[in-house]
Design a protein around this ligand. Sequence first.
Ligand code: ADE
Ligand code: ZN
Length: 330
Amino acid sequence: TSHHDFINKLPKAELHLHIEGSLEPELMFALAQRNKVTLPYASVEEIRTAYNFTDLQSFLDLYYAGAAVLLTEQDFYDLTMAYVQRALADSVRHVELFFDPQTHTARGVSTETVFAGIARALRQARQEHGFSSSMILCFLRHLSEEDAVETLKLALPLREQYADLWNGVGLDSAEVDNPPEKFSKVFAQARELGFHLVAHAGEEGPPAYIHSALDVLQVERIDHGVRAEEDPALMQKLAKTQMPLTVCPLSNLKLCVVDDLSEHNLARMLRAGLCVTINSDDPAYFGGYMNANFIASADALDLSRVELVQLAKNGFCASFAAPEQKQLWL
Ligand code: ADE
Ligand code: ZN
């Protein structure tokens, strides 16, 4: 319909995208063969059939297993370039891409290899398509804070070489029982170093985790944050401070955070004046990139054109791009 056409062409910024979560089954299969890595699947169809998640952990198990095919700089380049192509097709103009070094260093892949492959693709996309991007290094919260400190230490020598891209740190993986405050020291260090800060909070975890992400970690955006609705005082604070929430509707549906998209609180939070954005999270696993997330939300929640434009604008506004760049978009 024309509503869908309007969405497809609407310029967008994506602020919550795990590059490892953009690994499509076809590329996973091809890289497994190229690298002689054995996958627990006989075919691409079998991979897709396995994507029936009950919660965040049931997804993370397959996400980490799938990432095992990523070994070389070329693999990370191919992965990132495949995402860029999908983003360009969805009228995405800017991405702040999450990556998880610990998922790779644990398998003997160096931090340098990960940076180099992702950065080569993003720089080429900038050159060839004017595609704007940055990289946000995420710590895995199911691991220790010492491990996160070590991860930051291994990446810091690369900071200058990737100064045009790497501008933030984040926190992802299994949320429940791994509260933000577990990472207070490494976030304080990153803050002193001048990095932008974000954290997943209130996806499966309680509103208290959103509070501690804000008050202890001092993050500038909340990734997901959908459980904020259980805490009216927190909702007021998020509205008043215009703290951005990077909401991922199809992710929430696939991970059973909501039973049906029509029950999603994205529209309620937007209408309550919060700075809500729409993002794809792990598009290869959750059934869609940016346009699919916008269209599914618009259809399920009756989003008006004015609201769709607001959601897209919020993405640019909440980005870490330079003010001059934001002016050109907004
Ligand atoms: N890693 C990749 N996707 C994630 C999500 N939605 N929540 C937590 N960790 C993740
Ligand atoms: Zn995420």
